[in-house]
Design a protein around this ligand. Structure first.
Ligand SMILES: NC(=O)C1=CN([C@@H]2O[C@H](COP(=O)(O)OP(=O)(O)OC[C@H]3O[C@@H](n4cnc5c(N)ncnc54)[C@H](O)[C@@H]3O)[C@@H](O)[C@H]2O)[C@@H](O)CC1
Ligand SMILES: Nc1ncnc2c1ncn2[C@@H]1O[C@H](COP(=O)(O)OP(=O)(O)O)[C@@H](O)[C@H]1O
Length: 441
């Protein structure tokens, strides 16, 4: 998985590598430059590198030297950079220009995580000029400098936290450092295919349906159909729906594999999708504390009026709030949650047991120790019922024996991955579109 760092953590990584692991700045800059060079489009010819005063600028200069070595037409705009790379660049004849010229790619190597705003004077004027002329593609190194209209950011070694809220295309490049080294600095990770592959459970040849667990869902109306169908399609051995007559009747034709009656034998309960806020969730929760549990939607609203329930939750409970629901159960201000989701989840997680997923563009999963971010979905998925579907999927993977945290990660990733796939074909992605593709190869 890829580590996520805020500016303070990124500086700590820097210090750690230099002081504890004997890396030098030059080794890191060289590694960064080679990764950038490998990634950058070399089918074009003209490049300009806008160079800042610090190591972000040095990365840009080292990249310019590599582009020059393969005879590309590369120029630098560099007022001040004390690194050896500036001297080398000038010595080998890379032209230094004062103003932006026409080119194919402009590389923003002005500032990285050492920047603290606002930008003024020379750099402000240069940034305005870069944005104004724009007949080129702008690629930013590590972070996009304030107000630059980048087309892409190539982050170095860690995912930069401020970019979680940016829609600019981005990629993390390795710089010759094993990610495990960052673990003592950051406990936030972007979930990737590699992690998903490592937790995926394969089916044994002699398996039986009872090996895949029993899910009992308390839900009503369309939300019940979505959650229970998602549970069935995600592979739980048995899915039971506890609902009203009308919903059960509709579910019979929509979801023939689901069992529309109660059971005393089950491993997981999923509570809430459109089940009403007047339902007695407390007694279901208190009598099922030995089971795995997914608490969603109306059950979360109920808890916000019966907060003492939170004290009873176990490690095997999953809460699935969107930001407003999280605000209701935590009492935190909604804007504060949106601005500082990690801090607020950690504060909440210190008080109560279990795993919580804060849903949205960045789905942030917190298990009381680490944060796992699933951010491959897209805004076309933002419509009613998506959360109901997700809670059914989480319940299903819990029943199949996934660790609590991993069931949440696995379900969220599968949902977002289908959303990403469909986004190329559709302008709106409905939960039923996702349902039809759950479990497809
Ligand atoms: N492990 C790492 O952490 C690595 C970091 N590298 C690069 O190093 C960068 C960080 O380098 P630095 O710490 O030197 O910082 P930066 O290069 O991001 O910027 C620091 C410089 O910008 C100036 N500055 C800051 N805010 C300003 C403002 N508002 N207006 C004008 N000037 C301002 C500072 O005085 C300082 O000279 C990363 O973003 C990355 O590109 C790479 O070289 C490879 C490895
Ligand atoms: N902008 C977005 N980008 C990516 N995924 C999104 C976005 N908005 C919502 N989602 C996904 O849709 C779901 C929304 O859940 P929720 O708000 O609870 O929906 P509902 O109210 O329909 O139950 C989450 O799984 C989330 O990942």
């Amino acid at each position: 998985m890829i580590n996520v760092t805020d500016n303070i953590e990124a500086k700590k990584v820097d210090t750690l590598l230099l002081n504890e692991y004997n890396y030098t700045e030059d080794v890191l800059i060289q590694n960064a430059a080679h990764s950038l060079f490998n990634e950058i489009d070399k089918t074009v010819n003209k490049y300009i590198v806008a160079v800042g005063p610090g190591n972000n600028g040095a990365d840009g200069l080292a990249l310019a030297i590599l582009l020059h070595s393969i005879n590309k037409d590369v120029k630098i705009i560099c007022k001040k950079n004390m690194s050896i790379y500036h001297k080398i660049a000038l010595k080998i004849g890379i032209p230094s220009i004062e103003h932006v010229q026409s080119c194919d790619i402009l590389i923003d190597a002005l500032f990285g995580f050492g920047f603290s705003g606002p930008v003024q004077g020379y750099y402000k004027e240069l940034i305005d000029e870069i944005n104004e002329k724009k007949d080129y593609k702008i690629i930013s190194i590590d972070l996009n400098t304030a107000h630059i209209n980048s087309d892409c950011v190539l982050m170095l070694s860690t995912y930069k936290q401020t970019l979680l809220n940016s829609s600019i295309p981005k990629k993390v490049l390795k710089i010759g450092v094993n990610e495990k080294i960052y673990e003592c600095v950051s406990n936030k990770y972007i979930v990737d295919e590699e992690y998903i592959g490592s937790i995926k459970k394969e089916k044994n040849e002699f398996c039986n349906k009872s090996d895949f667990g029993r899910v009992k869902i308390y839900a009503k109306k369309g939300a019940a159909l979505l959650a229970s169908r998602a549970s069935v399609k995600s592979g739980s051995g048995y899915t039971y729906l506890i609902s009203d007559d009308e919903t059960r009747k509709a579910n019979l034709s929509f979801n023939p594999e689901c069992i529309n009656s109660d059971t005393t034998k089950y491993d997981v309960i999923c509570l809430g999708p459109n089940n009403g806020v007047d339902f007695d969730y407390a007694s279901i929760i208190y009598t099922n504390l030995d089971k795995k549990m997914v608490i969603d939607a109306d059950a979360l609203t109920y808890i916000s009026n019966n907060l003492e329930i939170l004290d009873s939750l176990t490690e095997d409970c999953v809460l699935t709030p969107h930001p407003l629901e999280f605000s209701r159960i935590s009492g935190y201000d909604l804007n504060e949650i949106l601005e500082k989701p990690f801090e607020k989840l950690e504060e909440f997680g210190k008080k109560y047991k279990g795993t919580i997923i804060l849903k949205g563009k960045n789905n942030i999963i917190y298990d009381g120790h680490k944060f796992y971010i699933v951010n491959i979905g897209n805004s076309k998925m933002a419509n009613a019922g998506m959360g109901d579907l997700l809670s059914g999927m989480i319940a299903s993977y819990l029943a199949q024996g996934y660790k609590t945290r991993d069931a949440v990660i696995y379900a969220t990733y599968q949902q977002a991955k289908i959303g990403r796939y469909l986004s190329e074909k559709k302008d709106t992605i409905n939960p039923t579109d996702i349902l039809s593709l759950i479990n497809n190869k």
